[in-house]
Ligand binder design. Sequence first.
Ligand SMILES: NC(=O)c1ccc[n+]([C@@H]2O[C@H](COP(=O)([O-])OP(=O)(O)OC[C@H]3O[C@@H](n4cnc5c(N)ncnc54)[C@H](OP(=O)(O)O)[C@@H]3O)[C@@H](O)[C@H]2O)c1
Length: 315
Amino acid sequence: MKKILLLGGTGFIGSSIAEQLVRRGDAVIIPTRNRERARHLLTLPTVELVNADVHDGAQLDSLVRKQDAVINLIGILHGDFERVHVTLPRAVAEACARHRVPRLIHMSALNAGAGDRAPSAYLQSRGRGEAAVRAVADQTPSLKLTIFQPSVVFGQDDRFLNLFADLLRFSPFVPLGSPHAQFQPVWVEDVARAMVMCLDNPATYGMTYPLVGPDVVTLRELLERVMAATGHRRLILPLGPALSGLQALIFEHLPGKLITRDNVRSMSIPNTASMPFPAVFGHAHSLGDIAPAYLSASLGRARYSALRSAAGRKS
Ligand SMILES: NC(=O)c1ccc[n+]([C@@H]2O[C@H](COP(=O)([O-])OP(=O)(O)OC[C@H]3O[C@@H](n4cnc5c(N)ncnc54)[C@H](OP(=O)(O)O)[C@@H]3O)[C@@H](O)[C@H]2O)c1
C-alpha cells in the first residue's frame, strides 16, 4: 500500500484518480477547502478527506511529509493564475524535496509548453508552473517528476459537454463563440489511468506527456455531437472573433464566469498534439465510444428530476 497525497483530488479528474488509486489498494489523502462538498469521496474506503489550506506552508508541509508520492491537480480557469499555477506548484515541489518524497506528478495543460509565447495568461502561467517544478526536480536527484498536459477532458461528470447539453435543453439557438477552435478530447478514465500507471514506471520519470484522444474536433462539431446524443437539435449561430470576445466579456461579468476573454485567447491556437496518446499508458477511448451514453443518460436524469419537481417532490 502506497501513501499518496492527491491535491485537487475532489474535482472531476481527481475523483477518477482517487477511485483508481483505491482500486490498487493505495492510501489516499485528499485536502479540500470544503469537505462537505466532497462527500462523494467518503465512500472510497482508503481515502482520507481533510479540510486544509494548501497555500499555507506549514499545512502543506504536514500533508506532504511521509508520503510516497504527491499528485498535484489543482488548477483554475480564471482567477489568480500566478498563485495557483506557479507559486503553489513550486511550493509543492519544494516540500517534496524537503521531505524526500520520491515522486511528484504535476498536472498542467496542453500548449503550456509555449510558455510566455502562449496566447493567454492561463497558458503562460501553466508554462511558468512547469518550469518552476522542473527547476526544483532538477536540483533534487531523489525527486522524480512527471508532467501531464491534457487537451479538454470529457467524462460523465465533465463541465464541458454536460454544459452544452444543459444549454441545449433550455435555448432554441446557441450563439457559439470560437466555433472553429480545435480540440482533441481525452476521456477522464484514460487520463486517470495514465497518471496512476506512471507512479511506478521509471520510464516515465522526467517526462512530459501531452494527453489527447483519437478525435480532432472543432467546438462546433462537439456541439453537434452533443445535439445528436441528446436529440436536441438547435440552431447554431457561429460568432466571429470580435463577437466571441464580446460574448466572453459579458460572461466575465456574470456569476460563474462561464467563459472569459482569456479562455477565448487560449482557444486561438489548436488544442491538439502532434503525437497520439502515449502507448506506455495503453489506448485512449474515442469520444464516440463514451460520450453518447452518458449524455443521453443525463437527458433521462433531467427529465426524471423535472417530473419530480412538477410533482412537488425533492430530487
Ligand atoms: N477538465 C479538463 O478538461 C482539463 C483539461 C486540461 C487540464 N486540466 C487540469 O487538470 C486539473 C484538474 O481538472 P478538473 O477538471 O478535475 O478540475 P476541477 O474539477 O475544477 O477540480 C479542481 C480541484 O482543485 C482544487 N482547487 C481549485 N482551486 C483551488 C485553489 N485556489 N486552492 C486550492 N485548491 C483549489 C479544488 O479543490 P476544493 O474545491 O475541494 O478545495 C478541486 O479539487 C486542473 O489543474 C485543470 O486545469 C483539466
